[in-house]
Design a protein around this ligand. Structure first.
Ligand code: MEV
Length: 438
């Protein structure tokens, strides 16, 4: 174990790597080669990536794939996806084509409200705090004018601020709970800047408010931060068709398929162990598009899972009905996304992804991402309730195993052909490679 190091961030990239090699790696040259092999020879591009975060020593590649044939509100999209899991893009593409042939996806943005809070302590009379809040509310808003000017010009800004009494849960604890419209920006910086200004105004105004005692005037700000829980930034995506139209290569009995599919969704609505895996499958699609378009997938994940638990039980994010001969399947989720600001104008591949999506607004992107989640879930539940998941997964996994064994292109072609009619398991692939090489 090395000694703790101070000033690591000030070292050059090569010095950082030397320190790592000297302290953690027995095969120093191998480790150095791996790290430097991933450097980009385009120095400008490399510098851009170096500066995204602190202490960059190399780049970490993920595949950037595309899923074509997504018909959304009668507009055809090819969706960019960044993900390492082998079956995700294939499943999305398959679901896209399936629904392309049945009228495509219908989507709607339900709401676009973002939230931020100033958390503070106040020791005193609540009625007095409420009167004070009412008196300073216009100033809370006007003091942010320099921050909000451009957003307001474009039609966004602060929608409201309310005072919340949380003292039943925690002594002396109150909030300014603010709502925002941030248009095409995800809005984290905008919201946090407004909140910090609210906190300053709140504290300063309290200190000179004539009706407060000295103790009441001494408001203690705990923190000011946006919330990633955005239950009023909601989007819905849906597919539907007559049950008979579900008939396809994998679905010989559409009525039986529809009933089993619906029950699989109901299970995820009532059973948390299944709901978590079910929603994980949805996030396979969602995260891949969120990442490719330079958005914050951790924020999306946190908000989506909180939404899935809003009733007190963790539940499915998708729902299904089979009524009057019609199969209907939909998702409703909160998505705080941006198509301007952040990585969207910095990362060349993110810019390319947004261009591929025809420069979407944040609302367009919400709908595209929701569709990717719904399509992914349709593909997963369709496989689960018909062939089982392993058939498709192992087909995709075949390539990973072949790569592990450094199979040549010729070997790959032969083995892919072989496994068209044989079950893919890890041991079967290993045996087939060995027998081919003998
Ligand atoms: C695997 O990444 C995702 C699935 O487990 C989702 C599901 O079970 O619905 C296949």
């Amino acid at each position: 174990m090395p000694e703790a190091i101070s000033g690591f961030s000030k070292l050059s990239k090569s010095e950082k790597i030397e320190w790592l090699l000297n302290n953690y790696f027995s095969q120093k040259e191998t480790a150095r080669q791996i790290l430097t092999r991933y450097w980009n020879s385009d120095e400008i591009l490399q510098k851009l990536h170096d500066e995204f975060i602190e202490n960059t020593i190399t780049n970490f590649y993920l595949p950037f794939g595309v899923a074509p044939n997504f018909l959304i509100n009668n507009h055809l999209y090819t969706i960019p996806m960044t993900i390492e899991e082998s079956s995700v893009v294939a499943a999305a593409s398959k679901a896209a084509k399936f629904w392309y042939d049945r009228g495509g996806f219908k989507t709607k943005v339900i709401s676009t409200e973002k939230i931020g809070q100033v958390h503070f302590n106040f020791k005193g009379n609540y009625q007095k705090l409420e009167s004070f809040f009412r008196a300073i509310k216009p100033k809370l808003i006007s003091d942010t004018a320099a921050i909000t000017e451009n957003m307001v010009k474009r039609g966004g800004g602060i929608k409201d601020i309310v005072l919340k009494d949380k003292t039943k849960e925690l002594t002396n604890y109150y909030q300014l709970h603010a709502t925002f419209e941030t248009l095409d920006a995800m809005g984290a910086n905008f919201i946090n800047s407004c909140l910090e200004q609210f906190a300053t105004t709140l504290k300063n105004e309290a200190a000179t408010y004539a009706n407060f005692t000295q103790e009441e005037g001494d408001i203690e700000i705990i923190m000011s931060i946006l919330s990633n829980y955005v239950p009023n930034c909601l989007v819905r995506a849906e597919v539907s068709c007559p049950i008979d139209d579900l008939k396809s290569k994998d679905i010989s009995n559409p009525e039986l398929f529809a009933q089993k599919f619906k029950q699989a969704i109901t299970i995820a609505e009532i059973e948390p162990f299944r709901a978590v895996t079910h929603n994980k499958g949805i996030m396979n699609g969602i995260d891949a598009v969120v990442l490719a378009t330079g958005n914050d997938f951790r924020a999306v994940e946190a908000g989506v899972h909180a939404y899935a638990s809003r009733t007190g039980n963790y539940r499915s994010l998708t729902h299904c009905t089979v009524d009057d001969g019609i199969f209907k399947f939909w998702i409703e989720i909160p998505l705080a996304l941006g198509t301007v600001g952040g990585l969207t104008s910095l990362h060349p591949l993110v810019k390319l992804a947004l261009e591929l999506l025809e420069k979407p607004t944040a609302k367009d992107l919400m709908q595209i991402v929701a569709v990717a989640g719904l399509a992914q879930n349709f593909a997963a539940v369709k496989s689960l309730t018909t062939t089982g998941i392993q058939q498709g997964h192992m087909k995709m996994h075949l390539m990973n195993i072949l790569n592990q064994f450094e199979a040549t292109e010729k070997e790959k072609a032969q083995l892919v052909e072989h496994f068209k009619t044989n079950v893919v398991t890890h041991s079967a692939v290993v045996a087939a490679i060995k027998s081919l090489r003998q």
